[in-house]
Write a protein that binds this ligand. Structure first.
Ligand code: GDD
Ligand code: MG
Length: 362
């Protein structure tokens, strides 16, 4: 069985972070996002190959995962000549595949029991099986109504507020039978959500839902990207690199520091927070709570970082402060620079290599 991870979107809602780092490999702490998904699918022994469906900056993604051997899976890359949309991309990636395929949107983080989803697909002899999850506001997702027996009654992508009839949405995980791809035309953009799923319903094909109530998030916006880090730091989602900590430990002690980070004795580190490999925290600096310090970042004397995510290589000079913000790779903030976003849900976002000279206020 193959798993197709849809990882070709441009990540527009995460710009400028995604201008040079495609969404599938944006860092979550110190690992590229897709590594969490690959860890999930590789637990299914029947899945013998992971196909990454790409078109936006495919080389950067391939550089990170290679042939998959370091992660213990076989990875194949399928690059569309041009973006084919979710439906076109699945059909293109599944050329030659006749067995059921597991498909994931390449930006959802979850701990779904994939084996149970596949088992449901098989026992119901379904043509397609979709995972649903409840959310407060379905407007940013695909709304899915179901019959009492679990069959899908209606699929409505990005419903308007007055079209909301359920809080169940498409969680972006499917098991599909490749013979159903016959309806997807070749070489033109085609949406699995707007066309393929509605067509299964219209034709009354066996299309069943698996409802999942556990942790689930789509990391595709700065707000959700921040949220996923907070959820992991808080232990709401127990996963690397915080899964070694006891969930009952006090929040201020939820600190993960890479072994070779250099934290000066006079620095104040307040959990929850993460300090990556090779980071240097000077005396008098204040890190946390909810700070993520990327690999090799340098936090100068008296500088402060809270409620913020710094990608690898950022440098904060003396007295600089960052709050409610996400900083791309290698940003340099001069002395006493202050970058302050509006709130936890409305962060300031600086693109890679942004330089702010001394005393600049953003
Ligand atoms: N290869 C390829 N080609 N991948 C694509 C393309 C394409 O043309 N377009 C989008 N993708 C990938 C994206 O990289 C992402 O991993 C996935 O397909 C879904 O695209 P998003 O742009 O993230 O869609 P969304 O978040 O607005 O909505 C989708 O996800 C929701 C759950 O998070 C839909 O599937 C909704 O129905 C669903 O509820
Ligand atoms: Mg998405």
């Amino acid at each position: 069985m193959k798993a197709i991870l849809l990882a070709g979107g441009q990540g527009t809602r995460l710009r400028p972070l995604t201008l040079h780092t495609p969404k599938p490999i944006v860092p979550i702490f110190d690992r590229p996002f897709l590594q969490y998904q690959i860890d999930l699918v590789r637990q299914i022994p029947a899945i013998d190959e992971v196909i990454l469906s790409l078109n936006y900056q495919p080389g950067r993604i391939e550089e990170v995962f290679g042939d998959g051997s370091s992660l213990g899976v076989k990875i194949r890359y399928v690059v569309e000549p041009e973006p084919l949309g979710t439906g076109g991309a699945i059909k293109y990636a599944a050329r030659g595949v006749t067995d059921s395929v597991v498909v994931f949107n390449g930006d959802v983080l979850t701990r779904i029991d994939l084996a149970a989803v596949i088992a449901l697909h098989q026992t119901r002899r379904a043509r397609a099986t979709i995972v649903l999850t409840p959310v407060d506001n379905p407007t940013a997702y695909g709304l899915v109504e179901t019959h009492a027996d679990g069959r899908v009654k209606r699929f409505l992508e990005k419903p308007k507020p007055d079209e909301i009839t359920t809080n169940h949405i498409n969680a972006g995980m499917y098991v599909l039978e490749p013979e159903t791809f016959d309806r997807i035309p070749d070489g033109v953009p085609w949406s699995i959500e707007r066309k393929y799923f509605p067509s299964l319903v219209e034709r009354d094909e066996t299309f069943v839902a698996y409802v999942y109530e556990g942790y689930w998030i789509d990391i595709g916006t700065p707000e959700k990207y921040t949220q996923v880090h907070r959820d992991i730091m808080d232990g709401r989602f127990a996963t690397a690199p915080f899964d070694a900590l006891d969930v009952n430990v006090a929040p201020s002690s939820r600190i993960v520091t890479a072994p070779d980070a250099d934290v000066a004795p006079g620095a104040t580190i307040e959990g929850p927070c993460f300090i990556g490999a090779g980071a240097v925290i000077a005396a008098g600096a204040h890190v946390g709570p909810y700070a993520v310090i990327g690999r090799g970042a340098q936090i100068g004397e008296g500088a402060a970082v809270a409620d913020a995510i710094l990608w690898p290589g950022c440098r904060l000079d003396g007295g600089a402060s960052v709050r409610h913000a996400i900083l791309g790779h290698r940003c340099h903030l001069g002395n006493s620079v202050s970058v302050t976003g509006v709130s936890v849900t409305d962060a300031a976002v600086l693109g890679d290599d942004t330089t702010l000279t001394d005393y600049t206020q953003v």
